[in-house]
Ligand binder design. Structure first.
Ligand SMILES: Cc1cc2nc3c(=O)[nH]c(=O)nc-3n(C[C@H](O)[C@H](O)[C@H](O)COP(=O)(O)OP(=O)(O)OC[C@H]3O[C@@H](n4cnc5c(N)ncnc54)[C@H](O)[C@@H]3O)c2cc1C
Length: 305
């Protein structure tokens, strides 16, 4: 990517384009080098123009939400990070809610609960954006973001805007197959009515349970691995004797072995080392392959095994 790209993109888009953006400031791990460029399209037309530009020049890119499920390499990302924070509209009509993907998930949840709309209370406290939550089919305490979803709006790599019904998206555990490689711009939900006070009590209980179970004092990106069928990743890692294991400035949390914490100043290579170790040991002892839930950014050419 040459130096003129920032200038060209700056002229092309109405939204902001910045160069050399430290991704450690935009990820909950607080780890990672710089993104060569960060582009924040102002609206759908801007996003379409950006996508066409990226495709035409074959430039690498990824969508950066709240950075709560990302491990960014120490050398950073040599392409364009696309942030859809400006897709943050919200319209509520009785039980039907149309929301932009750039909304902060937990703010969106609170707004719904305040209106007496039930269904998202169990997801309280999950960091990140609504777009990231849809892409990951984020879930907790038996609920998933897709539960009360009607349809998702997205722009695909060919620049086609699509509105996909929930069934068309093919949601499964931490997966949303048909919107995987798209820019998710928004979604419509239909929530059942609930009692506002009771919903906030459930929210408080969920937040308390999260604080109790998770190492909230540290920078993390939540669960490192998906739950393997019939097991819990944290339990397998703990049984393999790795709870509390330190590498550099990263540690397998002594509180929850499914989570890696940044002790302060951790490098992505420290976290990756712990990931490899956990995968190796759990496979060697129990024959279970741990699959990453977190996404790796800027690790081209680096093998997990
Ligand atoms: C303390 C902590 C607790 C957590 N607890 C939970 C939990 O209980 N349950 C759970 O499911 N997760 C949990 N997570 C993980 C994380 O919060 C979720 O995966 C969240 O949905 C990620 O959203 P994000 O906006 O931060 O996405 P990012 O981390 O920025 O991105 C994640 C993926 O989504 C893609 N993406 C993001 N936005 C868009 C978009 N608009 N269009 C297309 N693709 C997009 C990215 O390219 C990337 O592939 C936790 C994380 C932390 C730090």
């Amino acid at each position: 990517m040459d130096a003129g790209t920032q200038e060209e993109l700056g002229r092309l888009l109405r939204g902001e384009v910045s160069a050399g953006v430290p991704l450690r400031e935009r990820t909950t791990y607080r780890i990672g080098g710089e993104a060569r460029l960060l582009a924040c399209p102002a609206d759908l037309e801007d996003l379409r123009r950006l996508n066409a530009y990226l495709v035409e020049r074959n430039l690498p890119s990824f969508v950066l939400g709240g950075g709560a499920n990302l491990l960014v390499s120490d050398r950073g990302f040599s392409g364009v990070a696309v942030h859809l924070g400006r897709f943050n509209r919200l319209s509520l009509q009785q039980g039907s809610v149309r929301a932009g993907a750039g909304l902060v998930l937990d703010e969106f949840i609170k707004t719904c609960l305040r209106r007496g709309l039930a269904g998202l209370e169990c997801l309280s406290g999950i960091p990140g954006s609504l777009g990231g939550a849809l892409r990951m089919n984020a879930g907790a305490f038996g609920a998933e973001i897709s539960d009360h979803l009607v349809e998702v709006e997205c722009l695909d790599g060919q620049g086609r805007f699509k509105v996909l019904k929930k069934d068309e998206v093919k949601f499964s555990y931490r997966e949303a197959l048909r919107i995987r490689e798209t820019y998710i711009t928004g979604a419509t939900f239909r929530f059942p009515p609930g009692c506002k006070e009771s919903l906030f009590l459930i929210r408080e209980d969920i937040l308390a349970r999260r604080r109790q179970r998770q190492p909230w004092q540290y920078a993390t990106a939540g669960s490192v691995f998906k739950r393997p069928p019939g097991h819990y990743a944290g339990k397998l890692i703990e049984d393999a004797g790795l709870k509390g294991k330190v590498l550099g400035r990263a540690q397998i949390s002594p509180k929850h072995a499914g989570i890696v914490i940044n002790l302060g100043g951790a490098r992505a290579s420290d976290v990756l080392g712990l990931i490899r170790l956990a995968r190796e040991e759990v496979f060697r002892r129990y024959g279970v392959e741990l699959e990453l839930e977190q996404e790796l950014i800027g690790f081209e050419g680096v093998e997990l095994d």
